[in-house]
Design a binder for this molecule. Structure first.
Ligand code: NAP
Length: 327
């Protein structure tokens, strides 16, 4: 039988890595399944790998770049001996403890599991979008902004992400048009002020993108006025989609309780899921706050919950066969 880990952490964003730091320091020798590099946000380091400057993470007076912040988190977790595997969990079976999961066909067992798989970008699901993803359609200004030097581009969305992406893109593009389905922006006041007064930014209100046009690269987007239904083609060479996120929870369907929207349900004020020994932290269970600092905070909570759970139910040195399944 394979080794039974005290704790396996699935995910390596602020929640997963904070949980790693805390469980490390509690001598629980966490194994972190950090995901695989991909074009979306379910990659090692999570969504901050796809962001630019983080100005509101406490402790960094002048701000810090997202990828650098996550590299620091990881180095801090590694310092105490956390084990990392750059893989995705392919299947889980939460019928323990010990609970089981599989990576690349190999079975891994754990007395406790922290789910910190985060969320990924929502897409518009309009004609041309998936065909041109990577050929002008993007969800990551940091990754792709450079390719649009002196070009005209569009950003869809009205939240902080959209405005952050749009403002970043003004460094490269000659013009950035923000297309938003309402007349008011959802973003924070400070971001609104910056965007609204930026000379390179234009706004299309009450508008939705109904088609992305181009054969091998984006040439224009068809924009529909939501009030009149009239359409116009906006010539752009890039379309950045920043309309929010969906939690990465497909793997846990049938095991963990989740809302209709897919967000995991945790017991109020804790990181306990409906299954004993399985905990959830970060954006995978939070559609309200969704900040790096709140994700990190809930990663810390998960680590403490795990520590107490293992103490109460039998840790490495104890018999675990009679551990209650639902706690
Ligand atoms: P969000 O706040 O949920 O905003 C999503 C935006 O996309 C909304 O304006 C929404 O329109 C629009 N939208 C949603 N579905 C759409 C569709 N199918 N077609 C067209 N437009 C659509 O998401 P977010 O901007 O990713 O932000 C998520 C959270 O992270 C927020 O709490 C935000 O404050 C935070 N955040 C903070 C920072 C920062 O502080 N630096 C940066 C990024 C994000 P409606 O407004 O009409 O609903």
């Amino acid at each position: 039988m394979s080794e039974v880990h005290d704790v396996v952490i699935i995910g390596s964003g602020p929640a997963g890595l904070t949980a790693a730091i805390y469980t490390d320091r509690a001598n629980l020798h966490p194994l972190v399944l950090e995901g695989e590099p991909s074009s979306n946000s379910d990659q090692p380091g999570g969504q901050l790998m796809l962001t630019t400057e983080v100005e509101n993470y406490p402790g960094f007076v002048d701000g810090i770049m997202g990828p650098e912040l996550m590299a620091n988190f990881r180095a801090q977790a590694a310092r105490f001996g956390a084990e990392f595997r750059t893989v995705k969990a392919g299947k889980v079976s939460f019928d323990g403890p010990p609970h089981r999961l599989w990576v690349e066909g190999e079975e891994i067992q754990a007395r406790a599991i922290i789910v910190a798989t985060g969320a990924r970008s929502l897409m518009l699901n309009v004609e041309g979008e998936s065909k041109l993803l990577g050929y002008g359609v993007s969800t990551c200004a940091t990754c792709d902004g450079f390719f649009f030097r002196d070009r005209e581009i569009a950003v869809v969305g009205g939240g902080d992400s959209a405005l952050e992406e749009a403002l970043f893109l003004t460094k490269f593009a000659s013009k950035v048009t923000l297309i938003h389905r309402r007349k008011e922006l959802r973003a924070s006041k400070i971001m609104q002020d910056r965007a609204l007064r930026h000379p390179k930014m234009a706004f299309l209100w009450d508008s939705r993108v109904s088609r992305v046009n181009g054969e091998t690269a984006v040439e224009s987007v068809t924009v529909e006025d939501v009030n009149t239904g009239t359409t116009t083609d906006l010539p752009v060479s890039g379309l950045f989609v920043a309309i929010g996120h969906v939690p990465n929870t497909d793997l846990f369907k049938g095991w963990l309780d989740m809302e209709d929207s897919g967000y995991l349900i945790t017991r109020h004020g804790s990181t306990f899921t409906n299954v004993g020994g399985v905990f959830a932290a970060g954006d995978v269970q939070d559609h309200v706050y969704r900040q790096a600092i709140t994700a990190a905070g809930s990663g810390c909570m998960a680590a403490i919950d795990v520590e107490r759970w293992l103490e109460a139910t039998g840790s490495a040195d104890h018999e675990i066969a009679d551990t209650p399944r639902n706690w």
